[in-house]
Design a protein around this ligand. Sequence first.
Ligand SMILES: [Zn+2]
Ligand SMILES: [Zn+2]
Length: 85
Amino acid sequence: MSAITPNEQPEFDFWEFVACARCHLPFSAESGAQPPVPFWVTECGHVVCNNHLKPDQSCTECGTQGIQVAPLQREVPAYNEAFVD
Ligand SMILES: [Zn+2]
Ligand SMILES: [Zn+2]
């Protein structure tokens, strides 16, 4: 049987590459670090920090009007199923 190596996930943290589209403030300077300010992801797919979130529901990056924004946060880590009886 030829073993296929499963996709190993190196220590790659997607969040380290997330930054505000305007000021490039990193969401997370270090793996696991909390962002210094809240971050938001817009309906049009842009990420902005709280300093650049526009109050008029337009995207600060591309100017799309009437967008929804959602708080950007790391997913809560899943618990390892270490307690399975
Ligand atoms: Zn910003
Ligand atoms: Zn946008």
